[in-house]
Design a protein around this ligand. Structure first.
Ligand code: SF4
Length: 590
């Protein structure tokens, strides 16, 4: 018989201790009543579990995975929030992934999973309903491909169609500070190095599945609300962009607007943008579009890469997911000229399980350094990086993952670490220690990345505020207001683990209706306050981990290359940052 969960019973936290291979379930209604789920609950669980004087890769540092009350119940509530201490920045780490994991956790009966300790041998955790097993992963530790690891686990684990398989590659095993966790092949906990935290715990993979059912208190209200949200997604054009070309639709407009970082932000438009545009990928390489479980949008674009591996027309065909950030990071930012080369680079990173935006940032910085002859051939092991040189980029990726010497080991720690060691910090492009995403749009983007809790473009969408500023000439005060509004509403969306692509569907009114349909009453004021409270709680954690907004310094390259809104004036950025701090913390002190 499947387990049946009442809505009020969706607050179970599964605590796993890898050191002793033990687990227990505790109902944390207290946290869920206050923070709903997702990012809010995960932040509080992290706060409870993190200990003073430990670092990101210390076995006691927890990894928290959380879903929200709408997961598995309404469409597009598909994300799982992971919270951890980032081995890349040393401070608050948070990354979100779709795929099937949220569904699997919901129907296994867990709103959060908290993992601490370090296993004595490589293990993977198998979670099927109430059965938690710690299984030997020695035979898959060291395998060179995350795709193959997925195939092997699919063969030995039950519950086809209901399970989610998340795993690390050799990047995570080797402690590359920006290693990712692969989720169901085409999704990832990409940013800030969760893969290295898994590796430090000797944790190769987690398999989750469940057969539970959820008892909805008022089926008629639920059904009507569901239909309304669903038809808004599929019968309007609100989500067309994501299904049609996907986020690569942004390549040509951002190129046109001088917002597309190119060759380590030496330029903001790329002369071969047409060749690697979303349009060209769709017309000539796209073979299918897929969705996270319980999402009708289907934004995940899969391209086919066909390569000759032997005479007599022997081909290998690979299916590789692509999106805007990947095409920027391993395309324009490295001066790569063809979609085949971009796909080849994406695939190499995917197989190792490494964050592609960070890898692109590291390679772009290293290319500039290399072209200025700032490294010796002994250090680089004769790999001479040049814009567009895909062969040497592939070799450099291999060496960064293997880290055979001090030089590649430094590159495996990110641009901040590498530039402190070798120089070139003026063009080591990061915000808060995290390599930058694919936007150079103006003040909103730079301040948004700096103040965002994850230093990610999705924290507050500063790049999109700049695009509004480009059209409507926003004042600095209006930019600050919009950043704060977005920080806070995204805190709410992320507590409900709603995919941010569906933020146009889930307005405050819709969120209130969806929560009410399952018996959770919240007003708009309460939700706004919740978003603000979560932001503040994250900043408390950031400070505990050593982050101080007053210490931020910007690489000068940001102010030397034209953006969508023209040249960016550093004094203006500092002024907007100061206005933001005053608005958030009335004393201006973070
Ligand atoms: S829009 Fe894309 S990323 Fe978001 S839930 Fe749907 S398929 Fe997943």
């Amino acid at each position: 018989m499947p387990n049946t969960f009442s809505i009020s019973g969706l607050a179970n936290v599964l605590y796993i201790d890898l050191s002793n291979e033990t687990s227990k379930v505790v109902e944390r209604q207290d946290l869920h009543d206050k923070y709903l789920g997702g990012t809010g609950v995960a932040t509080m669980l992290m706060n409870e579990g993190s200990k003073e004087g430990t670092d990101a890769l210390d076995p006691v540092s927890p990894v928290v995975l959380s879903i929200g009350p709408l997961s598995g119940i309404f469409p597009c509530c598909t994300k799982v929030v992971s919270v951890f201490r980032s081995p890349l920045t040393g401070e608050f780490g948070e990354s979100h992934a779709g795929g099937r994991l949220a569904m699997a956790m919901r129907f296994a009966g867990y709103s959060s999973i908290v993992i601490t300790g370090r296993a004595k041998r490589p293990v993977y955790i198998s979670i099927h309903n109430n059965d938690i097993a710690f299984k030997d992963a020695s035979s898959i530790w060291g395998l060179s491909s995350t795709t193959d690891i997925g195939k092997i686990l699919r063969n030995v684990e039950p519950n086809i169609g209901k399970r989610s398989i998340i795993r690390i590659g050799t990047a995570g095993e080797n402690g590359v500070r920006y290693a990712s966790v692969n989720v169901d092949t085409y999704r990832h906990f990409g940013r800030l190095g969760l893969g290295a935290v898994f590796g430090a715990k000797n944790l190769k993979a987690i398999v989750v599945s469940g057969d539970g059912e959820i008892e909805i208190p008022d089926k008629s209200t639920y059904s009507n609300t569901y239909k309304k949200i669903f038809s808004n997604i599929v019968e309007t054009d609100l989500m067309d962009k994501y299904h049609d070309l996907g986020t690569t639709e942004n390549i040509l407009p951002l190129n046109e607007l001088n917002g597309l970082p190119t060759r380590n932000l030496q330029q903001t438009s790329f002369e071969y943008a047409e060749t690697i545009s979303g349009e060209n990928f769709a017309d000539n390489y796209l073979v299918r579009k897929i969705s996270c479980a319980h999402c009708p949008i289907g934004c995940i674009h899969i391209a086919m890469l066909k390569t000759l591996f032997a005479p007599l027309h022997e081909y290998e065909v690979k299916h590789i997911s692509y999106d805007y950030e990947l095409v920027y990071a391993l395309g324009t930012n490295l001066g790569i000229l063809t979609p085949e080369s971009v796909l080849e680079l994406i695939d190499r990173c995917e197989q190792y399980g490494v964050d592609i935006i960070s890898m692109g940032g590291v390679l772009a910085w290293a290319t500039e350094m290399s072209m200025h002859k700032r490294f010796t051939t002994g250090e680089t092991m004769n790999v001479s990086l040049k814009w567009g040189d895909v062969t040497n980029y592939l070799r450099a990726i291999d060496l960064i993952i293997e880290s055979p010497n001090e030089f590649y080991s430094a590159l495996a720690k990110g641009v901040v670490f590498a530039s402190r060691k070798y120089g070139g910090d003026d063009f080591a492009l990061h915000a808060g220690g995290l390599e930058i995403p694919g936007y150079h749009t103006g003040v909103g983007n730079l301040v948004g990345l700096t103040v965002g809790v994850r230093h990610s473009h999705v924290d507050n969408g500063g790049y999109s505020i700049d695009q509004k500023a480009f059209k409507n000439n926003l004042s600095d005060k209006e930019i600050v207001d919009l950043l704060i509004f977005e920080d806070d509403i995204r805190g709410v969306l992320n507590s409900l683990t709603i995919c941010l692509f569906a933020r146009g569907i889930y307005t405050y009114d819709t969120i209130i209706e969806a929560l009410a349909a399952i018996g959770i009453e919240r007003s708009e004021e309460e939700l706004i306050e919740l978003g603000r409270d979560i932001f503040m709680k994250k900043y408390e954690l950031k400070r505990k981990f050593g982050f101080d907004l007053d210490d931020v310094r910007f690489p000068s390259r940001f102010f030397e290359t034209a953006s969508t809104n023209g040249m960016i004036d550093e004094a203006r950025v500092q002024n907007v940052l100061s206005m933001y701090k005053d608005r958030r913390w009335s004393t201006g002190k973070t």
